[in-house]
Design a protein around this ligand. Sequence first.
Ligand SMILES: Cc1cc2nc3c(=O)[nH]c(=O)nc-3n(C[C@H](O)[C@H](O)[C@H](O)COP(=O)(O)OP(=O)(O)OC[C@H]3O[C@@H](n4cnc5c(N)ncnc54)[C@H](O)[C@@H]3O)c2cc1C
Length: 362
Amino acid sequence: MKTWDAIIVGAGPAGCAAAYDLASAGHEVLLLDKADFPRQKACAGGLTVRGLKALRYSVEPVVRQKIARMRLERDADRATTMGRRTACCFMTVRQELDEFCFRKTLARGPQFRRIRAIDAIEQDSSGVNVSFDGEMLRGRFLVGADGVHSRVRQLTGMGEGWFWRAFALEGTLPMAKAATQDLVFDFAPVRDGYGWIFPKGDHLNVGLYSYAVDERIDRARLAGYISARFGAQADSMIGQYAGFGAAQHQPGEDRVFLTGDAGGFADPLTGEGIYFAIASGQAAAAAIEQGLTSGVPAYREFAQETAPIRADLALRTSAARWFYRSLDAAFRLLSMPLTHGPALSAFVDGSDLRKFAALARK
Ligand SMILES: Cc1cc2nc3c(=O)[nH]c(=O)nc-3n(C[C@H](O)[C@H](O)[C@H](O)COP(=O)(O)OP(=O)(O)OC[C@H]3O[C@@H](n4cnc5c(N)ncnc54)[C@H](O)[C@@H]3O)c2cc1C
């Protein structure tokens, strides 16, 4: 039986990031997905500066709008706007972004197969067997990049005790004439989260997100929000969970690496997941590259490569608890011009949240 250097399950941002780097380094990579591309993915498609920088290629052709300002709203009477001269967030439609990245990745040489369902995963000391659709394939390593409901995580039992998820729902509506050109985060409509309004050229993407697992977000609630705000109805609505918990997880001695939402690499504070998917996918690729070429145990490399990402997420998880529990105080702080630079930077550049926290303590 042929042994692939790596089998990667899921061709979203995490899987493509891993496949791109490994294939570019000349390794034999098999990329599997249950969908053909383009495929739909519930996501507001906001790419931060650090997300854009993490990618190995320009995604300019699929950027719908560049945003330089962010408006935060506490309620009808309290709002603050922060911005910079250059763009801080890049608006994409996920279907377009993912297909673009998928094509860029395939051009580096990995093989792609569409599959129906993975039935079993078995690890041994030199590789991993993956059974799906009545056949079995073998890889030296396996990357689980199959999103929040990851079959790889379930079949390996790797998510027990640390993985958790929370829901977000979005709708699209044609861009109204007076609609915003800024990103809007509105902290009034849900607990432990926000309503968002993202402009994308010809339409608005409007949604509700909460990291609280017991906060009910449904179509009626989003429809009510959109109607109250715009006097209009959404063309369509789609929801999905995002995966959290990577900060609480120390990767073990495995030949299987969980990345992106599958590995809980999303930020509960902001709901951002694309950057973390790319970064964790690239970390898996770097670890596998080490394992294949230098004999250094890949699991050790993966733990090391993801350590800064997990530390950042740990800080963001604590910040989320503080921020949403002390929303009025947090909002007062965010309304001070002095904090705009550090807050924006922590959000879009990924600069250390501690700078913002230091201002909070003053
Ligand atoms: C409503 C909503 C809005 C969001 N907005 C933003 C935003 O604006 N900015 C941001 O940074 N983040 C946002 N996020 C988070 C972001 O969407 C995710 O964190 C990100 O998509 C994770 O990427 P991924 O590659 O891990 O998984 P995914 O993008 O989910 O890709 C997983 C891939 O695996 C495939 N797959 C799934 N199961 C299997 C299987 N069993 N076998 C084979 N293939 C499988 C899927 O078809 C898919 O192609 C949002 C999330 C939601 C729910």
